[in-house]
Ligand binder design. Structure first.
Ligand code: HEC
Ligand code: HEC
Length: 172
């Protein structure tokens, strides 16, 4: 939730243009992607969905995910042992810390985290099911910078098929 959202649009636009936007976007958009991402992470963990920023889950969740890749959310995402070790170590080193990400969410899903549900509480359940979205885990359907690890609410795109009411509730 961005406090600027409550200002009238014109004022908000003027404020955003006036202040140093990039720094604010990073602070706002949730845990950023680490500067150095192992090639294996981009290759192996972004073939079915995007490369989720490691800071969005606690270490315990990543270790469970990496320890059960053969039964990965209904699919088989197995990797050779050396790659599993490399990525597990990297995920452990960059896992989320701090109280927002401390507790492992149900099913070790980012999308079941308390902070995720809070940030997305204005989104009606039907919106997650739209053909252009399909799942809350499909971040890129609504976050234009998701592939680059950017989730600020200044870079949102509305999926097709929102009702007028859903459009108004979108970024409240
Ligand atoms: C063969 C396809 C495939 C590969 C490869 C794959 N995943 Fe997944 N992953 C899935 C599917 C399917 C889901 C469930 C998506 C949904 O519920 O919409 C998922 C979900 C997830 C989630 C939970 C998303 C949420 O709901 O918050 C995480 C975290 C995750 N994957 C991490 C990884 C990591 C780390 C790797 C690499 C080691 C990886 N995935 C590789 C298919 C894959
Ligand atoms: C159906 C569209 C949709 C999907 C899918 C979606 N989001 Fe969002 N997200 C939004 C909207 C809209 C907001 C802004 C809500 C607000 O400010 O009221 C938001 C806000 C956020 C924020 C807070 C941004 C800020 O500047 O405070 C983060 C972080 C975030 N989303 C991460 C994610 C991640 C990670 C995923 C995928 C695992 C995801 N979102 C999937 C629509 C979506």
């Amino acid at each position: 939730m961005n406090p600027l959202n409550h200002l009238p649009h014109a004022l908000r636009a003027a404020l955003l243009a006036a202040c140093a936007l990039p720094a604010m976007a990073v602070a706002d958009g949730g845990p950023a992607m680490p500067v150095r991402v192992p090639q294996a992470y981009t290759q192996e963990c972004a073939s079915c969905h995007l490369a989720y920023p490691p800071g969005m889950l606690p270490s315990a969740s990543w270790q469970r995910i990496m320890g059960s890749l053969d039964t990965h959310y209904g699919t088989d995402a197995s990797l050779d042992a050396a790659t599993v070790k490399q990525l597990s170590d990297w995920l452990r080193d960059h896992a989320g810390t701090g109280k927002r990400v401390a507790a492992a969410p149900p099913q070790d899903r980012i999308t079941r985290s308390a902070w995720f549900e809070r940030k997305h509480r204005a989104i009606e359940p039907a919106v997650w099911k739209l053909p252009g979205v399909k799942s809350a885990a499909n971040c890129a359907a609504c976050h234009a910078g998701a592939e680059q690890g950017r989730f600020s609410d200044h870079e949102l795109r509305q999926p097709a098929g929102l009702t007028p009411r859903q459009q108004r509730a979108w970024n409240d």
